[in-house]
Design a protein around this ligand. Structure first.
Ligand code: HEC
Length: 178
């Protein structure tokens, strides 16, 4: 009889603890954010005005002249270039060893997925074709944010012909997926 009684006390205590935990679990979290994230925060009594987002560059909005602007005359003479040959060179010259065509790996070098759009605004006043040409012939002239200079081979100007470089540029101008 005494043992039955003790068992009941244990059962009661266990149920009591369970109830306490259940109630505690339902209590509101005092640190929970009660303000919904889309409620406009007030800054010194003034309504917060979100900054106008800068539209992404789009090479498709540029004319041919704008795409090739600023290239030296001897390079212009080699236009329009052969993008299919440029694509082969991107493999044989080792570009795709560092640059991916999608965003699967951007650790070593910036990806070429949509790079034609990026080229529109990389350097103020430089057309995308000029930017690509310079990126290959003088890689350290402009270093993409988040990357180090001196990683990209510096000797493409010596090992590739001017026509090869123009062909690679014309291939890179086709990288418009985004
Ligand atoms: C050993 C690795 C490596 C190889 C090989 C390489 N690159 Fe690069 N490249 C980089 C790195 C790192 C950067 C970013 C730093 C900079 O701007 O120099 C870069 C930047 C660039 C950029 C600028 C990209 C942007 O988003 O603005 C272009 C264009 C480019 N490379 C073209 C080429 C071409 C074409 C080849 C082959 C002929 C090539 N790269 C081979 C590492 C490499």
């Amino acid at each position: 009889m005494g043992r039955m009684h003790t068992n009941r006390i244990y059962l009661f205590v266990a149920l009591l603890l369970l109830t306490i935990f259940a109630v505690a679990a339902c209590a509101p979290n005092p640190r929970a954010q009660l303000i919904s994230p889309d409620m406009v925060p007030e800054v010194k009594g003034q309504a917060f005005v979100p900054p106008t987002p800068t539209p992404l560059p789009d090479i498709n909005n540029l004319s041919e002249e704008e795409i090739y602007a600023g290239l030296p005359a001897d390079v212009v003479a080699l236009l329009p270039g052969d993008p299919a040959h440029g694509e082969q060179l991107a493999t044989s010259a080792g570009c795709v060893g560092c640059h991916r065509l999608d965003d699967s790996n951007t650790v070593v070098a910036p990806s070429w997925g949509g790079v034609a759009h990026q080229a529109v605004t990389r350097v103020a006043g430089e057309s995308p074709a000029l930017y690509f040409y310079q990126s290959i012939t003088e890689p350290n002239a402009y270093v993409v944010n988040g990357y180090n200079s001196g990683i990209m081979p510096q000797n493409y100007n010596d090992i590739l012909s001017p026509q090869d470089i123009v062909d690679i540029v014309s291939y890179m101008l086709t990288q418009r997926g985004q």
